[in-house]
Design a protein around this ligand. Sequence first.
Ligand SMILES: C[S@@+](CC[C@H](N)C(=O)[O-])C[C@H]1O[C@@H](n2cnc3c(N)ncnc32)[C@H](O)[C@@H]1O
Length: 206
Amino acid sequence: MRDHFREQASSFDSLYDDEASLLNRVARPALYARKRMVEDAIKSRKSPRVLDIGCGSGRVAETMLEAGAGEYVGVDFSEPMVDLARKRLERFEDRVSLVSGDFRTAQVPGDFDLIIALGVFDYLEDAHTFTRRIRELCRPGGSFMANFGRWDWLKGPIRILRYEVINSCPIYHYTQRELELLMLGSGFDKVDMVVGRSGFWVNATR
Ligand SMILES: C[S@@+](CC[C@H](N)C(=O)[O-])C[C@H]1O[C@@H](n2cnc3c(N)ncnc32)[C@H](O)[C@@H]1O
């Protein structure tokens, strides 16, 4: 999976180029919807300190910093993604720190008001390891927001073919009950969930 995101950094980044095109809005509605959810979350807080797990090329970071994030830390284990993010976020100067490494072991300076992981849990075989660490880095009263894949008989087989068969990149799906247990079992006090056709939007509060 790490190799997949090393090789695909530029093509993944370019998915954000034409958000206005009808084709992209129909093919990838979730990519843009989750960016808007995070933007709203930033605007509803006062200069929050944000951690972005699997920050990719910094597209969502840019939106969050423009929306008023006070301090931003991005972690990603694909070096080409981090390089793209570094260039893109240069203008925000010392509001930004980027960590190149695996979130499970990387040195991350906590605590955070808001922690996000977008498009990440689809690829994790050990979601628990992540959510427990996320809970530790979340300050009391802080929130964790992420999207999680849900099995869909229409899109599911196509995704399996694209990721697992063609790109050798396993993907994972969740149920609502599994996610509730995952969040509460990791120590979050409250879990809000929006259930969509092919995925869940989770907002867990400490
Ligand atoms: C689909 S991309 C999403 C990027 C970004 N969050 C976005 O929404 O634009 C998933 C990213 O998660 C990163 N990633 C996956 N597992 C990771 C891990 N264990 N530690 C750090 N980064 C990870 C990948 O390298 C990749 O850049």
